[in-house]
Write a protein that binds this ligand. Sequence first.
Ligand SMILES: [Cu+2]
Length: 133
Amino acid sequence: MRRLVRPCLICLVSTVGAAGCGGGSLPTSPSTPTTPVPTGPTITIESGAATPKQLVVTPGTRVLFVNRDTRTHQMNSDPHPAHTECPELNQVGFLRPGDTRETGNLNTVRTCGFHDHDDPNNAALRGSLVIRP
Ligand SMILES: [Cu+2]
């Protein structure tokens, strides 16, 4: 009896990764979205608290404030009650539940503290926007 033991040397797994995506090279015009989805920096007010507490953005950015709380909020620049630190922040102002509003263009490199003018000593509703390149 003879047994031919042939080691399997031909187990070559050829991974030719040519996934033929035959799309061709036709120039397709990019479809312009009709409803832009806000994906920029956002401060969300929910359950009586603003999050994140600190947001770092580059100069020229606008920050969106979203009120997902069950009560109104009036978001203004520090210091209370003068609101003089970052006037762009005062554009947010009064937000009913469900409202969203942007700051103005935050062009100056600095830190902008904000608070709820109706509840200025509530630390949960305070925060800061750090503007830096
Ligand atoms: Cu105030």
